[in-house]
Design a protein around this ligand. Structure first.
Ligand SMILES: Nc1nc2c(c(=O)[nH]1)N[C@H]1C(S)=C(S)[C@@H](COP(=O)(O)O)O[C@H]1N2
Ligand SMILES: [Mo]
Length: 390
């Protein structure tokens, strides 16, 4: 036995009072919380704004539905890539922030006043909803939904609660935040000087972790870094015709027989039906456009097909009309899609027949699928069989 073990202090015979341990530990201070909080706030702000863009592109209010812009063609690719990247960065930052402040969970007495109780309640709401948001977002990008509520509506609603809670939190903590805003702020200068190097190392470590998460996932959307994409659920190159697939032809319940009997119906003032050969005989447009999935991956590809506006004009659709697009898919949230006038009018909005110079693979929507500029992937309907002029 070593000397040290023999000299272990005896346990106190009776505890003086029931008191949780004190966590006055180093670096769990306002400067660390402010420094990490600044970055976390920035990540949440980017996530919130890009999330709103995604939401309103998918569910525009009536007055906006016909005016959604098709330019820049890569707009949604950028905003949704940022949404997922900032959400992933927020996971690291949120963990660091919670580590910095968790001793405050054990303050004693737990409630000092009504004001203190309200402040703690607001922090509880902020923490719970922020954790909920990054957790549901993360599981959504791996398409795992182990909960009974609808993801999209819930993620959208809770985003507002997070945004409101952050504003409230910043307002309540404004004085502390100002006192610790930078390394040279008055409050920070009053902290023990010997902590500064360790705090710098901690913040550098957090920054490195954010960098590592970003670099190993952002290649799913940012093609120059695609070789570093080791952790994202999708790799931009992997899939038939070099493009990922979210919903396969089998998952969509589209049968061989249905594809064999395929016709394109166009409903409008002058309805008509086309076979695939007739569709191929129409003037084709070529376009380089990205598929940008809401889950964060995106890839640019070369598409060719018939502009939707030509098909609509032939059915007697008036300029300024919208279109409802119906898929052969038997059931599913994306079987029917509506497209506003701005997209219909756009010469780059295609009923695409080929992808990267080849006939579409069944998984990519053979024989015909929508590809439109600056649109969420969920609205790039595959296995299109019917267009209805609205
Ligand atoms: N009919 C139908 N079309 C669909 C879907 C679907 O579920 N059903 N999924 C969409 C989604 S979520 C994306 S990201 C794109 C992906 O297109 P790709 O599989 O050709 O890459 O297809 C879209 N088209
Ligand atoms: Mo998607």
């Amino acid at each position: 036995m070593t000397k040290r073990a023999r000299r272990r202090p005896a346990l106190p015979r009776a505890l003086p009072s029931v008191r949780p341990p004190s966590f006055g530990g180093r670096l769990h201070d306002a400067r660390t919380a402010t420094a990490v909080g600044r970055w976390l706030g920035a990540a949440f702000a980017v996530c919130f704004v890009t999330g709103l863009i995604s939401h309103y592109l998918q569910h525009p209010p009536g007055w906006l539905a016909n005016g959604l812009p098709g330019r820049p063609v890569w707009g949604y690719r950028l905003t949704q890539g940022l949404h997922v990247a900032s959400g992933l960065a927020a996971i690291v930052l949120l963990l660091a922030k919670l580590w910095a402040v968790y001793p405050r969970l054990f303050v004693w007495p737990p409630v000092r006043s009504v004001r203190h109780a309200l402040e703690r309640l607001s922090v509880a709401v902020l923490v719970a909803t922020a954790v909920f948001q990054v957790f549901t977002g993360l599981l959504n990008i791996v398409e795992w939904y182990p909960w009974p509520f609808p993801f999209v509506q819930t993620h959208f609603a809770v985003a507002w609660v997070v945004a409101g809670s952050i504003l409230l939190h910043v307002a309540v903590k404004a004085r502390e935040i100002r006192a610790h805003w930078s390394r040279r702020s008055a409050g920070t200068l009053a902290l023990p000087a010997e902590d500064a190097p360790d705090r710098r190392a901690l913040l550098l470590g957090v920054g490195a972790a954010v960098g590592a998460v970003t670099l190993t996932t952002v290649g799913q959307a940012f093609t120059p870094l695609k070789r570093l994409d080791l952790l994202a659920p999708r790799h931009p190159d992997i899939g038939p015709q070099g493009l990922p697939v979210n919903r396969t032809v089998a998952a969509a319940g589209v049968t061989q027989a249905a594809l064999r009997d395929w016709r394109l119906e166009v409903a409008g003032p002058h309805p008509y039906t086309l076979t695939l050969d007739q569709l191929r005989a129409l003037p084709q447009t070529h376009a380089r456009l990205p598929i940008s999935c809401v889950e964060g991956w995106s890839v640019e590809a070369r598409w060719a097909g018939v502009p939707v506006r030509d098909l609509v004009a032939r059915a007697g659709g008036r300029p300024g009309c919208g279109v409802r697009v119906v898929s052969l898919e038997v059931a599913g949230a994306y079987r029917v899609m509506e497209m506003g006038a701005e997209y219909v009018r756009d010469p780059l909005t295609l009923l695409a027949l080929t992808l990267n110079g080849q006939v579409l693979e069944p998984d990519h929507g053979y024989p015909a699928r929508i590809i439109a500029p600056n649109r969420p992937g969920v609205l790039q309907t595959k296995w299109v069989t019917r267009l209805e002029v609205l």
